[in-house]
Design a protein around this ligand. Structure first.
Ligand code: SAH
Length: 359
């Protein structure tokens, strides 16, 4: 069995069975435009092709483990199980402006081990396949369609480090942006990385229109090393060289995420250092108050107060660097991406091992 999103395999399946290639366009239309989920009901196809699809392909490999919508109805967080029982999550964010964004996972777990991040505590479980990323997207597309809404933006800010699963992430972007498939605009897709420098340059060449977000989180090597092990491989000057090259190739503004952790990343001299680091660059900084999450804060971190975040923002203003502070509930859940999965992953691990764990 293989995924209905695997175009190459479906075309060869059609050919092996003596069918013309144009049949693929009908399948594509049914799946991505008419949102048909049951292959046996694709009326544009002859019965034998419908049967072949039913015998050989699956529609969505993910099963829904749980779904949670906040009281305002702005965000819906899905926890999925992959076919081999790995937990991954995706979050729909309904912005007041009317646009709807989906935050997707690119890996189950994550190898980067950032000290503040719940997903990092799991380590890498495995890379997701491109269809598993598309499966998250299709799930959201259907969910929003019931509300008469459309998916407009995708951010690769869920579990995992997308640039360490480059090929599968690339394939998923191609499927999402293909006009005959999901037809999303490249410009409305954002890939976030903790700073895999060489891949940033590949990304610039391969996807010059897709947006890039950098999880910077600290303005100097010493401070960054304490919270992000990636700093040992790609220190800030190497990272900034790659980003400069990205901007040279794409001429696009880069989004920098900066986590505000009390006493760790929010020392006032860091605001000036951040200003010095980014001055004159095509940059936008997004301050994210540290999200302590669900029982995962063994590191003792606390979020920075609003007043200090505001001070950071004022300093950046003086350097002419635009910035925003993430504060809405939906965005909080976005920042907390991975935390629910961590808890569930631990519970199921414990259950497998015959231990019990408090839910
Ligand atoms: N690995 C990629 C994609 C993850 S994006 C990356 O690092 O960019 C998820 C964003 O949420 C990252 O900026 C991450 O650093 C941030 N984040 C993780 N844990 C957080 C927490 N507890 N509070 C606030 N932000 C957090």
């Amino acid at each position: 069995m293989f995924s209905i999103h695997d175009e190459k395999k479906i075309i060869s399946l059609l050919e092996e069975n003596g069918h013309k290639k144009f049949r693929y366009a009908q399948i594509e239309n049914a799946i991505y435009k008419n949102l048909i989920t049951d292959f046996s009901t694709i009326e544009t196809l002859p019965k034998d092709i419908r049967d072949i699809l039913t015998e050989n392909c699956f529609y969505n490999s993910l099963t829904l483990h749980s779904e949670k919508t906040d009281p305002e109805g702005q965000t819906t967080k899905f926890l999925f199980k992959t076919s081999d029982n790995k937990m991954i999550e995706a979050v729909i964010m309904r912005h007041l402006s009317g646009r709807n964004t989906l935050c997707v996972s690119s890996q189950a777990g994550c190898p980067m081990a950032c000290s503040f991040c719940a997903t990092g505590k799991l380590g890498l479980i495995r890379n997701l396949e491109s269809h598993e990323i598309i499966d998250q997207i299709m799930w959201a597309v259907h969910h929003l369609a019931i509300e008469d809404k459309k998916l407009r933006n995708i951010v690769y800010m869920g579990m995992g480090e997308p640039l360490l699963n480059y090929i599968e992430v690339s394939d998923s972007i191609h499927i999402a942006c293909n006009q005959k498939k999901l037809d999303l605009s490249n410009r409305r897709i954002t890939v976030s990385t903790c700073g895999i420098a060489p891949r940033i340059i590949d990304f610039a060449r391969d996807f010059p229109q897709v947006s890039l977000a950098i999880s910077l989180h600290a303005p100097n090597d010493e401070a960054r090393k304490k919270i992000m092990p990636v700093e040992n491989t790609y220190p800030i000057d190497v990272l900034m060289d790659a980003i400069n090259e990205y901007v040279r190739i794409t001429n696009k503004r880069v989004f920098y995420e900066y986590i505000m952790i009390n006493g760790v990343t929010d020392r006032l001299e860091y605001a000036t250092q951040l200003g010095e680091l980014l001055k004159g660059k095509l940059a936008h900084v997004n301050f994210i108050p540290y999200n302590p999450g669900e029982g995962t804060d063994s590191n003792g971190y606390l979020p920075t107060t609003k007043i200090i975040i505001k001070k950071f923002q004022n300093t950046l203003d003086q350097y002419g660097i635009p910035s925003t502070i993430r504060h809405t509930m939906g965005d909080d859940i976005d920042a907390a991406c991975g935390q629910l999965a961590l808890k569930e992953e631990w519970i199921s691990l414990a259950e497998e091992q015959g231990r019990s764990i408090k839910k």
